[in-house]
Design a protein around this ligand. Structure first.
Ligand code: ADP
Length: 484
């Protein structure tokens, strides 16, 4: 698939430090999860390379931070335009290394680029404050300044958007950045950095260090322990988030963490059932269930349970599963063999505890898994507590509103949640009672650059996107003028 790029020079396999494409001591392979085909060998960098990247980012900081917001805006806007111009190629690279259907990959390019556009605009609006004085001899100001050198560690499920969502606000704020992309999907990240270079982002302002999984752990240590790095933003598992938080404690680094979820999706008796079925499918099966906001537990009220289960399972069983480049495919492969094992393990556990298979349940060839629906799910099953991160939808039956709220909140996670109801009182009651950072009401897809994305409890710290997203990369400074 990569032989057919319109612009073959977007296919980069070296890392990028201080404006130079560089090699590491060796290389690591990147594979197509749909076919197992070898796509490229990418530079394998070490901890000392990461240190060089941090030093380059630090050296580039004064000049970048001293540009006006409007000057940074102009450069970021060029990057946005280039990302959109190369949408087809970026999507092609993404489907090849990540597996998602090509239409979803194109959608991610739009979504990923939208953060660059949005924060290009916000670069001009990092307004401070003047405060009423507490003493007439003084005047009080608050200004916002870039936090400094930032690091971003990103996952494979959104190979572009998880980078732009961090990097764009950091650059807009006047920070410089070192990116460590996921080892499974470095090619999309490298292509995005090549476009940033073409857009005129100065040397050292944006650096990317690639490595395999063992090397990523070592580079992660440097990004956490190096005192020059003032902010670390991570999207990935809660388990790795905890490690990074611990590693950042000695340097008291500011952290943004977007971690695991266990999203509930509640369908009340008064819901529009056809709309709820559509929403549940969009939320559950997007990216083959491999997103942190995918519905993980579907709770359906007694009165509509049978109707919902029948309509939902019928639609899911009609999915076309296959290579993301094939016409009409809505579900691609899972990212790696371990992901298939986890789905199988959750299915086996659910069936052993009384779950009823409505559709799917089997591995297909290679890294493909049938979209699966299990009815009669119960709270003692693994699917109730752990994020499956795959195409398995468990249906839980409930009787009362309070029962649904209690079950939904019974988790250490708190990222996305969803419910369907047409009762305005219930919409407010349930919307306010769900202990989640985000609530979709009568809708299954909620992300956009306009809104603050993030979780509560063990789903993370901070918000990405919206006008709040840039504050993550700015420090408040209070100026107190005396002797007036
Ligand atoms: P996922 O569940 O999405 O596979 P991970 O949390 O394992 O997520 O990985 C997300 C990112 O974190 C990847 O870029 C990966 O290389 C990186 N990573 C994984 N383990 C560590 C670690 N111990 N230190 C630093 N980075 C890590």
């Amino acid at each position: 698939p990569l032989a057919r790029l319109n612009d073959p020079s977007l296919l980069k396999t070296q890392a990028f430090i201080n404006g130079q494409w560089i090699d590491g001591a060796s290389r690591f392979p990147v594979q197509d999860p749909a076919t197992g085909a070898h796509l490229a060998d990418v530079a394998l960098l070490s901890r000392s390379d990461a240190r060089r990247a941090i030093d380059a980012a630090n050296a580039a900081l004064p000049a970048w931070r001293n540009l006006t917001g409007k000057q940074r805006h102009a450069i970021l806007l060029r990057w946005y335009v280039l990302l959109i111009e190369h949408q087809e190629d970026l999507a092609r690279i993404m489907t090849a290394e990540q597996g998602k259907p090509f239409a979803e990959a194109r959608g991610e390019v739009s979504y990923g680029a939208s953060f660059v556009e949005w924060f290009a605009e916000e670069a001009k609006r990092t307004n401070g404050e003047t405060l009423p004085q507490f003493d007439n001899n003084r005047r009080l100001l608050v200004i916002k300044q870039p936090i400094g050198v930032c690091a971003a560690i990103t996952p494979w499920n959104f190979p572009l958007a998880m980078i732009t969502r961090k990097v764009a606000p950091a650059l807009a704020a006047g920070c410089t950045v070192v990116i460590k992309p996921a080892e499974l999907t470095p090619l999309t990240a490298l292509a995005a950095v090549e476009l940033a270079r073409r857009a005129g982002i100065p040397d050292g302002v944006l650096n990317i260090v690639t490595s395999d999984s063992a090397g990523s752990i070592e580079i992660g240590k440097e990004l956490c322990e190096n005192d020059t790095v003032r902010h670390l933003s991570f999207t990935g598992s809660t388990e790795v988030g905890r490690i990074l938080m611990r590693q950042c404690a000695p340097t008291v680094k500011k952290l943004a963490l977007e971690l695991g979820g266990n999203a509930p999706f509640i369908v009340f008796d008064d819901a529009d059932i056809d709309s709820a079925v559509e929403g549940a499918i969009a939320s559950k099966y997007r990216n083959a269930g491999q997103t942190c906001v995918c519905a993980n537990r579907i709770y359906v009220q007694d009165g509509v349970y049978d109707e919902f289960a029948e309509k939902f399972a019928a639609k899911v069983s009609a999915f076309k599963v296959g290579n993301g480049f094939e016409e009409g495919v809505v579900q691609g492969p899972l990212i790696e063999p371990a992901a298939l094992e986890k789905v199988q393990n959750h299915i086996d556990d659910a069936l052993a505890k009384g779950g009823k298979l409505l559709t799917g349940g089997q591995r297909l060839h290679g890294q493909f898994f049938q979209p699966t629906v299990i009815a009669d799910a119960t709270a003692d099953m693994k699917v109730a507590r752990e994020e499956t991160f795959g195409p398995l939808a468990p249906l839980f039956r409930f009787a009362t509103e309070q029962e649904a709220i209690d079950a939904a909140n019974h988790t250490e996670f708190g990222l996305a949640s969803y419910f369907y109801s047409r009762d305005v009182g219930r919409i407010f009651r349930v919307g306010e009672a769900l202990e989640y950072g985000m609530v979709g009401i009568n809708v299954g897809i909620i992300a956009s650059e306009h809104v603050p994305f993030g979780g509560v409890k063990q789903s993370g710290l901070g918000r990405e996107g919206s006008h709040h997203g840039i504050d993550e990369y700015l420090e408040l400074k209070y100026l107190c003028l005396g002797d007036i």
